[in-house]
Design a protein around this ligand. Structure first.
Ligand SMILES: Nc1ncnc2c1ncn2[C@@H]1O[C@H](COP(=O)(O)OP(=O)(O)OP(=O)(O)O)[C@@H](O)[C@H]1O
Length: 262
Protein backbone atom coordinates (compact mmCIF):
# COMPACT_ATOMS: atom_id res chain seq x y z
CA UNK A 1 0.00 0.00 0.00
CA UNK A 2 1.37 3.47 -0.84
CA UNK A 3 1.97 5.83 2.08
CA UNK A 4 -0.19 8.98 2.36
CA UNK A 5 1.62 12.13 1.20
CA UNK A 6 0.71 13.79 4.49
CA UNK A 7 -0.59 12.00 7.56
CA UNK A 8 -1.60 13.84 10.72
CA UNK A 9 -2.60 11.84 13.79
CA UNK A 10 -3.81 13.09 17.17
CA UNK A 11 -2.16 16.47 16.68
CA UNK A 12 -2.56 18.59 19.80
CA UNK A 13 -1.15 21.99 20.65
CA UNK A 14 -1.34 23.67 24.04
CA UNK A 15 0.20 27.14 24.10
CA UNK A 16 2.06 28.29 27.22
CA UNK A 17 -0.98 30.38 28.14
CA UNK A 18 -2.91 27.12 28.68
CA UNK A 19 -4.88 27.67 25.47
CA UNK A 20 -5.56 24.36 23.67
CA UNK A 21 -5.35 25.48 20.04
CA UNK A 22 -5.44 21.99 18.48
CA UNK A 23 -7.26 19.08 20.02
CA UNK A 24 -6.35 15.66 18.63
CA UNK A 25 -6.62 16.53 14.94
CA UNK A 26 -6.24 13.61 12.51
CA UNK A 27 -6.50 13.41 8.73
CA UNK A 28 -4.47 12.23 5.76
CA UNK A 29 -3.87 13.54 2.25
CA UNK A 30 -3.53 10.55 -0.06
CA UNK A 31 -3.29 12.26 -3.43
CA UNK A 32 -2.24 15.62 -4.86
CA UNK A 33 -5.12 17.90 -3.94
CA UNK A 34 -5.84 21.40 -2.66
CA UNK A 35 -7.30 21.13 0.84
CA UNK A 36 -8.95 24.25 2.28
CA UNK A 37 -8.93 24.72 6.06
CA UNK A 38 -11.84 26.89 7.22
CA UNK A 39 -13.20 27.96 10.60
CA UNK A 40 -13.83 30.99 12.79
CA UNK A 41 -11.07 33.20 14.02
CA UNK A 42 -9.19 31.31 16.74
CA UNK A 43 -10.37 27.87 15.54
CA UNK A 44 -6.75 26.71 15.16
CA UNK A 45 -6.22 26.96 11.39
CA UNK A 46 -2.85 28.77 11.52
CA UNK A 47 -1.65 26.58 14.37
CA UNK A 48 -2.46 23.49 12.31
CA UNK A 49 -0.56 24.76 9.26
CA UNK A 50 2.41 25.85 11.40
CA UNK A 51 2.59 22.57 13.34
CA UNK A 52 3.12 20.77 10.02
CA UNK A 53 6.43 22.51 9.28
CA UNK A 54 7.10 23.05 12.98
CA UNK A 55 7.11 26.80 12.95
CA UNK A 56 4.94 25.92 15.95
CA UNK A 57 6.03 22.98 18.11
CA UNK A 58 3.18 20.47 18.58
CA UNK A 59 2.47 19.30 22.14
CA UNK A 60 1.63 15.76 21.05
CA UNK A 61 0.57 13.73 18.03
CA UNK A 62 2.40 13.05 14.80
CA UNK A 63 2.91 14.64 11.40
CA UNK A 64 4.28 12.37 8.70
CA UNK A 65 5.36 13.69 5.32
CA UNK A 66 5.69 10.84 2.82
CA UNK A 67 6.19 8.38 5.66
CA UNK A 68 8.74 10.45 7.62
CA UNK A 69 7.81 11.62 11.09
CA UNK A 70 8.32 15.36 11.44
CA UNK A 71 8.38 15.96 15.24
CA UNK A 72 11.35 13.78 16.26
CA UNK A 73 13.73 15.16 13.60
CA UNK A 74 17.11 16.63 14.53
CA UNK A 75 17.90 20.24 13.57
CA UNK A 76 19.53 19.08 10.34
CA UNK A 77 16.65 16.70 9.67
CA UNK A 78 14.16 19.48 10.29
CA UNK A 79 16.00 21.75 7.87
CA UNK A 80 15.98 19.03 5.19
CA UNK A 81 12.31 18.36 5.77
CA UNK A 82 11.41 22.06 5.62
CA UNK A 83 13.06 22.29 2.21
CA UNK A 84 10.34 19.92 1.03
CA UNK A 85 7.56 22.14 2.37
CA UNK A 86 6.90 25.43 0.59
CA UNK A 87 5.12 28.10 2.62
CA UNK A 88 3.12 31.07 1.38
CA UNK A 89 2.24 33.74 3.95
CA UNK A 90 -0.54 36.32 4.27
CA UNK A 91 1.97 39.16 4.58
CA UNK A 92 4.20 37.71 1.82
CA UNK A 93 7.38 37.72 4.00
CA UNK A 94 9.50 39.18 1.21
CA UNK A 95 12.75 41.01 1.87
CA UNK A 96 11.58 44.49 0.91
CA UNK A 97 14.88 45.94 -0.23
CA UNK A 98 15.83 42.95 -2.38
CA UNK A 99 14.75 42.56 -5.98
CA UNK A 100 12.04 40.20 -7.16
CA UNK A 101 14.71 37.84 -8.56
CA UNK A 102 16.71 37.84 -5.31
CA UNK A 103 13.57 37.11 -3.32
CA UNK A 104 12.65 34.18 -5.57
CA UNK A 105 16.16 32.76 -5.46
CA UNK A 106 16.18 32.74 -1.64
CA UNK A 107 13.39 30.15 -1.87
CA UNK A 108 15.97 27.69 -3.20
CA UNK A 109 17.55 27.60 0.23
CA UNK A 110 14.41 26.88 2.19
CA UNK A 111 14.01 28.59 5.54
CA UNK A 112 17.35 30.36 6.02
CA UNK A 113 18.35 33.76 7.34
CA UNK A 114 18.58 36.80 5.11
CA UNK A 115 22.40 36.90 5.49
CA UNK A 116 22.83 33.24 4.59
CA UNK A 117 20.77 33.81 1.47
CA UNK A 118 22.88 36.82 0.45
CA UNK A 119 26.15 34.87 0.76
CA UNK A 120 24.94 31.93 -1.31
CA UNK A 121 26.11 31.70 -4.95
CA UNK A 122 23.29 30.51 -7.17
CA UNK A 123 24.06 28.26 -10.14
CA UNK A 124 22.96 28.75 -13.74
CA UNK A 125 20.26 26.12 -13.48
CA UNK A 126 18.82 27.78 -10.36
CA UNK A 127 18.71 31.14 -12.09
CA UNK A 128 17.03 29.61 -15.16
CA UNK A 129 14.47 27.99 -12.87
CA UNK A 130 13.77 31.32 -11.15
CA UNK A 131 13.20 33.04 -14.54
CA UNK A 132 10.82 30.25 -15.58
CA UNK A 133 8.88 30.57 -12.31
CA UNK A 134 8.60 34.34 -12.64
CA UNK A 135 7.22 33.81 -16.11
CA UNK A 136 4.76 31.20 -14.72
CA UNK A 137 3.43 33.59 -12.07
CA UNK A 138 3.05 36.41 -14.60
CA UNK A 139 6.00 38.54 -13.48
CA UNK A 140 8.27 38.28 -16.47
CA UNK A 141 10.13 41.59 -16.76
CA UNK A 142 9.84 42.33 -13.02
CA UNK A 143 13.10 40.56 -12.10
CA UNK A 144 14.98 43.71 -11.10
CA UNK A 145 12.08 45.53 -9.46
CA UNK A 146 12.46 45.94 -5.69
CA UNK A 147 9.91 44.05 -3.59
CA UNK A 148 8.80 47.27 -1.89
CA UNK A 149 7.71 48.65 -5.27
CA UNK A 150 5.16 45.89 -5.88
CA UNK A 151 1.39 45.72 -5.30
CA UNK A 152 -0.03 43.13 -2.87
CA UNK A 153 -1.04 40.78 -5.68
CA UNK A 154 2.41 41.04 -7.29
CA UNK A 155 4.05 40.38 -3.92
CA UNK A 156 2.00 37.25 -3.46
CA UNK A 157 3.01 36.10 -6.96
CA UNK A 158 6.63 36.48 -5.85
CA UNK A 159 5.74 34.52 -2.70
CA UNK A 160 4.36 31.69 -4.84
CA UNK A 161 7.42 31.65 -7.14
CA UNK A 162 9.72 31.67 -4.10
CA UNK A 163 7.89 28.70 -2.55
CA UNK A 164 8.06 26.77 -5.84
CA UNK A 165 11.77 27.53 -6.13
CA UNK A 166 12.27 24.99 -3.33
CA UNK A 167 10.74 22.28 -5.57
CA UNK A 168 8.55 21.40 -2.58
CA UNK A 169 6.64 18.16 -2.09
CA UNK A 170 3.95 19.95 -0.09
CA UNK A 171 2.70 23.53 -0.18
CA UNK A 172 1.27 25.33 2.87
CA UNK A 173 -0.65 28.56 2.28
CA UNK A 174 -1.51 30.60 5.39
CA UNK A 175 -4.31 33.01 4.46
CA UNK A 176 -2.60 33.99 1.19
CA UNK A 177 -5.46 36.23 0.05
CA UNK A 178 -6.41 37.87 3.35
CA UNK A 179 -4.66 41.17 2.48
CA UNK A 180 -5.92 41.30 -1.11
CA UNK A 181 -9.03 42.73 -2.79
CA UNK A 182 -11.65 40.24 -4.08
CA UNK A 183 -10.50 40.28 -7.74
CA UNK A 184 -6.85 39.89 -6.89
CA UNK A 185 -7.76 37.15 -4.41
CA UNK A 186 -9.44 35.15 -7.16
CA UNK A 187 -6.44 35.64 -9.47
CA UNK A 188 -4.07 34.42 -6.75
CA UNK A 189 -6.30 31.41 -6.00
CA UNK A 190 -6.45 30.63 -9.72
CA UNK A 191 -2.68 30.79 -9.93
CA UNK A 192 -2.19 28.64 -6.80
CA UNK A 193 -4.73 26.11 -8.09
CA UNK A 194 -2.96 26.01 -11.48
CA UNK A 195 0.55 25.42 -10.15
CA UNK A 196 -0.63 22.82 -7.63
CA UNK A 197 -2.33 20.89 -10.45
CA UNK A 198 0.70 21.20 -12.76
CA UNK A 199 3.17 20.15 -10.07
CA UNK A 200 0.86 17.33 -8.88
CA UNK A 201 1.49 18.51 -5.35
CA UNK A 202 -0.72 18.35 -2.26
CA UNK A 203 -1.42 21.71 -0.65
CA UNK A 204 -3.14 22.92 2.49
CA UNK A 205 -4.62 26.41 2.51
CA UNK A 206 -5.90 28.27 5.55
CA UNK A 207 -8.65 30.49 4.18
CA UNK A 208 -11.40 32.66 5.67
CA UNK A 209 -13.44 33.13 2.52
CA UNK A 210 -15.72 30.10 2.23
CA UNK A 211 -16.83 31.00 -1.30
CA UNK A 212 -13.22 31.06 -2.50
CA UNK A 213 -12.51 27.78 -0.70
CA UNK A 214 -15.53 26.16 -2.35
CA UNK A 215 -14.60 27.51 -5.77
CA UNK A 216 -10.97 26.41 -5.78
CA UNK A 217 -10.41 23.58 -3.26
CA UNK A 218 -10.80 19.84 -3.88
CA UNK A 219 -11.59 19.15 -0.27
CA UNK A 220 -12.50 21.18 2.80
CA UNK A 221 -11.51 20.67 6.40
CA UNK A 222 -13.63 22.58 8.92
CA UNK A 223 -12.23 23.43 12.34
CA UNK A 224 -13.97 24.59 15.48
CA UNK A 225 -12.30 25.20 18.86
CA UNK A 226 -9.21 23.26 17.77
CA UNK A 227 -11.15 20.22 16.59
CA UNK A 228 -11.77 18.92 13.12
CA UNK A 229 -15.56 19.01 12.66
CA UNK A 230 -15.86 18.61 8.87
CA UNK A 231 -13.76 16.82 6.28
CA UNK A 232 -15.29 16.43 2.87
CA UNK A 233 -16.17 17.64 -0.57
CA UNK A 234 -16.80 21.40 -1.02
CA UNK A 235 -20.21 20.50 -2.48
CA UNK A 236 -21.17 18.82 0.82
CA UNK A 237 -20.67 22.03 2.76
CA UNK A 238 -24.34 22.67 3.46
CA UNK A 239 -25.76 25.38 5.71
CA UNK A 240 -25.96 22.86 8.55
CA UNK A 241 -22.31 21.90 8.11
CA UNK A 242 -21.34 25.56 8.03
CA UNK A 243 -23.32 26.06 11.24
CA UNK A 244 -21.34 23.16 12.81
CA UNK A 245 -18.10 24.85 11.82
CA UNK A 246 -19.04 28.43 12.65
CA UNK A 247 -21.21 27.60 15.66
CA UNK A 248 -24.49 28.63 14.07
CA UNK A 249 -23.23 32.16 13.79
CA UNK A 250 -23.88 32.94 10.15
CA UNK A 251 -20.86 35.03 9.21
CA UNK A 252 -20.90 33.32 5.81
CA UNK A 253 -24.42 34.15 4.65
CA UNK A 254 -26.68 32.13 2.42
CA UNK A 255 -25.48 32.81 -1.16
CA UNK A 256 -22.15 31.11 -0.63
CA UNK A 257 -23.50 28.02 1.13
CA UNK A 258 -24.57 25.05 -1.00
CA UNK A 259 -28.32 24.64 -0.74
CA UNK A 260 -29.74 21.39 0.64
CA UNK A 261 -31.58 19.47 -2.12
CA UNK A 262 -35.33 20.18 -1.99
N1 LIG B 1 1.54 32.20 20.23
C1 LIG B 1 0.39 31.96 20.88
N2 LIG B 1 0.34 31.97 22.21
C2 LIG B 1 -0.82 31.71 22.89
N3 LIG B 1 -1.99 31.44 22.29
C3 LIG B 1 -2.00 31.42 20.93
C4 LIG B 1 -0.81 31.68 20.15
N4 LIG B 1 -1.13 31.59 18.84
C5 LIG B 1 -2.45 31.30 18.81
N5 LIG B 1 -2.97 31.19 20.04
C6 LIG B 1 -4.35 30.86 20.41
O1 LIG B 1 -4.65 29.60 19.84
C7 LIG B 1 -5.96 29.59 19.29
C8 LIG B 1 -5.89 29.23 17.81
O2 LIG B 1 -5.21 30.30 17.13
P1 LIG B 1 -4.93 30.25 15.56
O3 LIG B 1 -4.17 31.48 15.24
O4 LIG B 1 -4.35 28.94 15.21
O5 LIG B 1 -6.42 30.33 15.00
P2 LIG B 1 -6.90 30.69 13.53
O6 LIG B 1 -8.07 29.80 13.27
O7 LIG B 1 -5.78 30.63 12.59
O8 LIG B 1 -7.39 32.18 13.74
P3 LIG B 1 -7.41 33.41 12.67
O9 LIG B 1 -8.35 32.99 11.59
O10 LIG B 1 -7.92 34.55 13.47
O11 LIG B 1 -5.99 33.59 12.19
C9 LIG B 1 -6.55 30.95 19.57
O12 LIG B 1 -7.33 30.89 20.75
C10 LIG B 1 -5.33 31.84 19.79
O13 LIG B 1 -5.63 32.90 20.68
Amino acid sequence: MTKPLLEIAGLTKDYGTGQRALDSVSFAIESPQLVGVIGSSGAGKSTLIRCINRLVEPTSGSVRLMGTDIPPLSRAGLRRMRRQIGMIFQEYNLVERLTVMQNVLTGRLGYVSFWTSLRYRYGEEEIRHAYALLDRVGLSGFENRRADALSGGQRQRVGIARALMQRPKLLLLDEPTASLDPNTSRQIMQLARGVITEEKMPALINIHDVALAQAFCDRIIGMRNGRLVFDGDPADLTRDKLADIYGGYDDNPAPIAQEEPA
